[in-house]
Ligand binder design. Structure first.
Ligand code: 5CA
Length: 158
């Protein structure tokens, strides 16, 4: 097997640290968007795990919302749960807090542990696919494994 890029290897190592034998795959085509990722592995867009980074507006904490590729996160709903409004993070905030660039943010292996929430809609699938550090890397997992590696709280994001 080919050597993984540095960011993809970081995700592979994080999965191993969680005791999982899941394999990060680096694909020739782009997996930068949920649609491209779904096409690359031949699954429904809803089975793609988007790892979105938000920032709390007052305390500037990172918030990771792990959501189905079919859904758009309602920021107001999340803000009410956290009891502080949130905004979409800038590209530099994403890089600084996670160590990943936008388009490759994985649900695990972040530089700092963010506040984490999981979209309940992901739980209806038998298998799902998440980004693994780069816009060409993915790994397949189950919703149970997603809960394990993120330690996130399951919520409705809509
Ligand atoms: N690799 C794919 C599939 S897993 C992926 O990472 N998709 S994603 O949806 O999780 O990441 C892309 C997301 O980054 C977009 O949905 C968008 O919310 C966010 N994004 C894109 N451009 C910017 C930007 N300039 N600033 C902040 N966020 C951005």
């Amino acid at each position: 097997m080919n050597k993984l890029s540095k960011s993809a290897q970081r995700v592979q190592d994080a999965l191993k640290e969680h005791g999982l034998t899941l394999s990060v795959m680096e694909l020739p085509g782009s997996t930068r968007t949920a649609l491209e990722a779904a096409e690359a592995v031949g699954c429904q867009v809803g089975q793609i795990v988007k790892s979105l980074i938000f920032e709390t507006q007052e305390t500037h904490r990172p918030v990771l919302i792990v959501t189905s590729g079919a859904n758009r996160v309602n920021k107001k709903v999340i803000g009410e749960i956290i009891e502080e409004p949130i905004k979409f993070a800038s590209a530099s905030f994403v890089r600084e807090e996670t160590g990943f660039a936008i388009g490759g943010v994985a649900p695990t292996g972040h530089k700092k542990q963010p506040l984490t929430y999981i979209d309940e809609d992901l739980l209806m699938y038998g298998e799902i696919w998440a980004a693994a550090g780069t816009p060409h890397a993915l790994f397949k997992l189950t919703p149970e494994q997603l809960k394990q590696i993120t330690n996130g709280k399951v919520i409705s994001v809509l």
